[in-house]
Write a protein that binds this ligand. Structure first.
Ligand SMILES: [Zn+2]
Length: 451
């Protein structure tokens, strides 16, 4: 014991000598170096918290009350949005206050995000044949509340958000699945408040795949050729090839003409709803299939595969082109004044550039009837019951374009409401394509059933 203590004392003594020698030699070697300036950083009055041995995550295993966090949101679309998280904490969002004086909303506003959530789950504008009673963002919100048995309010609260988030999350997984088969990869995305590119890829996929396979050859050349030739056309206005990629200009209003996403203001009423985009794709694709407009591009392409001569001759006198300088085949109507009994939509009658109201661009009749055939088969057949010329057109499409395939979508019960709205003197001769659906102000489009 004593020996051990003595040994320890010797060790300590040696250690002290070494340390003193080290300090001495340090000052001996550095005596000419000025001492370092005093440290001016103030000493914190409170010490930083010392991390505990248990990480915070582990301590959440048995919470007393479940915290409301982004974990309550299921969709990728809403999950990381700070306003959405705030709404779940009880701070509802005033949609009314987010609408600018001129009726626009800002791209980066949660209002835009919420409306885009509604758009992705099939909410549409209300028919232009119906009187306008409120601004379109509020009309969309109130429609959502009405359909989901929520009290009418101009605010988006947690009940609205959780319901919509749930619907969006279900669609997101279906979108991803359906979008994978589209042989195009370079679709440009919009602003973070706008739907993901998988959503428009899905819409393009389901639209073209609903056609007989001979009409939609499933390869990137055919589909990109369609976008290049007819994508920018007409009201579709915009599925365009740009330096940045494929740009759905009308569907993503944040995109400028160079396809750059900008924080801007948008007119909610002009946002294209999903069935309108699908209708536009079908209409423009019908032009692409028309052999009187485009010549065939080979066996792997569907371009120009339908000879529409017989169809056009149903309502038009095709013996003389009354505007031969245009590629859009201008002919005189056979029965001017009989348009309501012969055409499915107002646009199907065609447009004129010659000043002669009887000389019409005949190609729109085929494109509109084609879209109606695919998207509103029930409505087309119901119209045909009382209109022999429309029967002729339906039968022609069934036999010459669709090889017998028929579609059972659209709501023929909406026809009386459309006819009633059209009796007002300021109305067009016939409805637009979308009126046949949206005349029912509770209409929500389901892309899986096409209803
Ligand atoms: Zn057209």
């Amino acid at each position: 014991m004593n020996n051990q203590r003595g040994f320890a004392n010797i060790i300590i003594l040696i250690f002290v000598v070494i340390v003193l020698a080290g300090i001495g030699s340090y000052f001996a070697l550095n005596h000419q170096v000025p001492p370092p300036p005093p440290i001016t950083t103030p000493t914190p009055k409170t010490l930083p918290p010392v991390p505990t041995a248990t990480p915070p995550e582990a301590s959440m295993a048995t919470p007393t009350t479940k915290p409301i966090t982004s974990k309550n949101l299921n969709s990728n679309f809403f999950r990381n949005d700070t306003t959405a998280q705030n709404i779940l904490l009880g701070n509802s969002f005033s949609l009314k206050n987010a609408i600018n004086q001129d009726g626009t909303i800002s791209t980066n506003s949660f209002a835009t995000k919420f409306l885009n959530g509604l758009r992705q789950v099939g909410y549409t504008g209300i028919s232009s044949l119906l009187p306008v009673t409120e601004s379109s963002p509020l009309a969309w919100l109130h429609k959502f509340q009405r359909i989901n048995n929520l009290p009418k309010s101009d605010n988006i609260g947690s009940a609205e958000l959780l319901k919509l988030d749930n619907l969006v999350s279900v669609r997101e997984s279906m979108d991803t699945q359906l979008a994978t088969s589209l042989p195009l990869s370079n679709i440009v995305s919009g602003f973070s408040t706008e739907p993901l590119t998988t959503h428009v890829a899905m819409l393009l996929t389901i639209t073209l795949q609903s056609l007989p396979s001979s009409l939609a050859k499933w390869n990137s050349n055919n589909i990109s050729d369609y976008i290049k030739t007819q994508g920018p056309g007409g009201d579709a206005g915009g599925i365009q090839y740009t330096a940045r990629g494929i740009c759905f200009l009308n569907y993503f209003p944040s995109l400028d003409s160079q396809c750059n996403s900008t924080n801007t203001t948008i007119v909610p009423g002009l946002m294209k709803d999903d069935p309108s985009l699908v209708y536009n794709i079908l209409h423009e694709y019908a032009h692409y299939l028309d052999s009187k407009v485009y010549t065939s591009a080979g066996s792997e392409s569907s371009k120009g595969v339908i000879d529409t001569q017989g169809f056009t001759a149903i309502s038009f006198d095709t013996s003389a082109n009354c505007n031969p300088s245009s590629p859009w085949r201008f002919f005189k109507l056979k029965n001017q004044g009989n348009e309501r009994s012969e055409f499915v939509t107002d646009y199907a009658i065609g447009w004129t550039v010659t000043g002669d109201e009887s000389c019409k661009s005949s190609v729109e009749d085929f494109a509109e009837s084609f879209a109606m055939y695919v998207m509103q088969g029930n409505t087309f057949r119901k119209l045909a019951e009382t209109k022999p010329v429309i029967t002729q057109k339906y039968t022609w499409l069934k036999n010459n374009a669709f090889a017998g395939k028929e579609y059972f979508n659209g709501n023929a019960n909406n026809i009386p409401a459309v006819n009633q709205a059209l009796t007002a003197p300021y109305m067009p001769l016939l409805p637009t394509f979308i009126d046949y659906l949206t005349i029912n102000k509770d209409f929500v489009w389901d892309y899986l059933t096409g209803q």
